[in-house]
Design a protein around this ligand. Structure first.
Ligand SMILES: *[C@@H]1O[C@H](CO)[C@@H](O)[C@H](O)[C@H]1NC(C)=O
Ligand SMILES: *[C@@H]1O[C@H](CO)[C@@H](O)[C@H](O)[C@H]1NC(C)=O
Length: 365
C-alpha cells in the first residue's frame, strides 16, 4: 500500500513542471520537479529537503550558530573518564551496540557519542523515515554534528522491516512493554540510562515521517522513559493502529486524514497504552506541511486535539505567530509550555529539520 502511495506521488509530481512557492524542490528520496515557479529560488535546508522560496534574496537566514559550549566537568576530559559504560564506545562515529534488553524484532541500534560528553548527558533517540536507516538519518541530519557542541548522546535505531517503515500499527507496539519495535527502542534508552549515565530526566525522542509516528508511539506508550518528543510530519498516537495485520502495516484511513476523532477519544488511546500511569507526560512539538500528500495535514489537527486534551490545554492556541528563523509560510501555534504545533504552508512530506530549534525546545541549547 505504501509503495503504491509512493508511486502515485511520483507520478503526480512528473506532470507538475514547476513547483509553487513553499513547495519541495529537492532532497533525498524526492522524485518531483526541481524547477521553482517564476520569482522563487530552490533553497536547500537539509540533505533531504529543498524548498521554493520567494525572490533571490529572501531566503531565511540559517539557524543561529550555537552559543553555548559543553560544560567541562572533571568527568568529561576524555573517553577514559566519560560516564561509566560510555567509555567503551568510540567517539565521533556511528557505532552499533547490542544486548540492550529485549529486542523482539532485532532492531539494529546505533549510538553517536561526541568527543566531549556532558556529565549525566541528555539522550536524543532519532528515528528515521520509511526507506531510511540509522545511517541515512545520521548523515542526513545535524543531530550528531550538534552533539559535538552540546555534549549529548544520540541513538539511531534502524528498522528491520522490508521497506524500513516502523511498526506503529500493532497492538504490541502501541502498548507499554507490549513488544515490537517500540519496546526495543525504549529498552535501548533504558539501557543508556542504566549503563551510560544518561540523565533519565533528559531522554528525548525525535523522528521524521514513519520515525515521527514512532516518536508519537514512544511518547504515548513510554511516558516514563521519554520526557519530550518532536514529531516531524507524523500522526497522532494510535492513528495507524491496525489489528490482525503484519506489524508495519500502512493505514490509509489515517494517512489520508480520514480518521477524525474527538480530543477525548485521542487522549483515551494514549492513557490506554499505559493503564495506571499517573506521572508527567512528555512535552511535545509537532511539525506538519499543508501540502503533505503522504500523511495528510488533517493529521496535524488530530495531533493537536490529542495532546491539548492530554495536557488539559484549551483547544485554541495562546499564540500563533511567524518565527524570524523560519520561512514566512510557517506558523507556530503554542498551547502551553508543553505543546507547540508548527504548520508549514505549502510544504509537502516532510518538513525540513530545524535541529538547533529542537535543542532549544528540549532544553539542551
Ligand atoms: C496558525 O495560523 C496560520 C496562519 O494564519 C493558520 O494557517 C494555522 O492553521 C494556524 N494554526 C493553528 C494550529 O490553528
Ligand atoms: C513557538 O512560540 C513559543 C512562544 O513564543 C516559543 O517559546 C517557541 O520557542 C516557539 N517554537 C518554535 C518552534 O519556534
Amino acid at each position: 500500500m505504501f509503495k503504491l502511495a509512493v508511486a502515485l506521488i511520483s507520478l503526480a509530481s512528473l506532470v507538475t513542471a514547476q513547483v509553487p512557492v513553499w513547495g519541495q524542490c529537492g532532497g533525498i528520496g524526492y522524485a518531483g520537479s526541481t524547477v521553482c515557479a517564476a520569482g522563487n529560488v530552490c533553497t536547500e535546508y537539509s540533505a533531504y529537503y529543498s524548498q521554493c522560496i520567494p525572490g533571490s534574496n529572501s531566503a531565511p537566514p540559517p539557524p543561529p550558530p550555537p552559543t553555548t559550549t559543553v560544560s567541562s566537568p572533571s568527568s568529561s576530559s576524555g573517553t577514559g573518564t566519560a560516564p561509566t559504560g560510555l567509555s567503551s564506545i568510540p567517539a565521533s562515529t556511528l557505532f552499533q551496540f547490542s544486548n540492550f534488553g529485549t529486542n523482539p524484532n532485532n532492531v539494529a541500534m546505533y549510538v553517536y557519542k561526541p568527543k566531549k560528553v556532558q556529565s549525566s548527558p541528555p539522550l536524543i533517540v532519532a528515528s528515521h523515515y520509511c526507506q531510511g536507516s540509522a545511517q541515512a538519518y545520521y548523515s542526513g541530519s545535524k543531530f550528531a554534528q550538534l552533539a559535538e557542541t552540546y555534549g549529548y548522546v544520540v541513538i539511531y535505531p534502524s528498522s528491520p522491516h522490508s521497506g524500513t517503515c516502523w511498526d506503529v500499527s500493532s497492538d504490541e507496539t502501541l502498548m507499554h512493554n507490549g513488544g515490537s519495535d517500540s519496546l526495543s527502542i525504549a529498552n535501548a534508552a533504558r539501557f543508556a540510562v542504566s549503563n551510560w549515565g544518561v540523565d533519565p530526566n533528559r531522554v528525548f525522542a525525535v523522528g521524521t515521517s514513519s520515525g515521527a509516528m514512532m516518536t508519537s508511539v514512544l511518547a504515548g506508550a513510554y511516558p516514563d522513559v521519554f520526557k519530550a518528543g518532536i514529531v516531524d510530519s507524523g500522526v497522532a498516537f494510535g492513528c495507524f493502529a491496525v489489528t490482525g495485520q503484519p506489524e508495519d502495516s500502512w493505514n490509509s484511513q489515517c494517512a489520508e486524514g480520514q480518521l477524525i476523532l474527538t480530543g477525548q477519544q485521542w487522549a483515551q488511546k494514549v492513557t490506554a497504552a499505559y493503564p495506571g500511569y499517573t506521572g508527567a507526560r512528555p512535552k511535545m512539538q509537532v511539525w506538519h506541511g499543508t501540502a503533505d500528500t503522504t500523511l495528510y495535514p488533517q493529521n496535524f489537527y488530530e495531533e493537536i486535539k490529542q495532546w491539548t486534551t492530554i495536557f488539559g490545554y484549551p483547544s485554541n492556541p495562546i499564540s500563533n505567530a511567524t518565527e524570524s528563523y523560519l520561512p514566512g509560510g510557517y506558523s507556530n501555534a503554542t498551547y502551553g509550555p508543553d505543546f507547540q504545533a508548527i504548520l508549514a504552508q505549502g510544504v509537502g512530506h516532510t518538513v525540513p529539520l530545524y535541529e538547533q530549534q529542537y535543542l532549544q525546545f528540549l532544553g539542551i541549547a
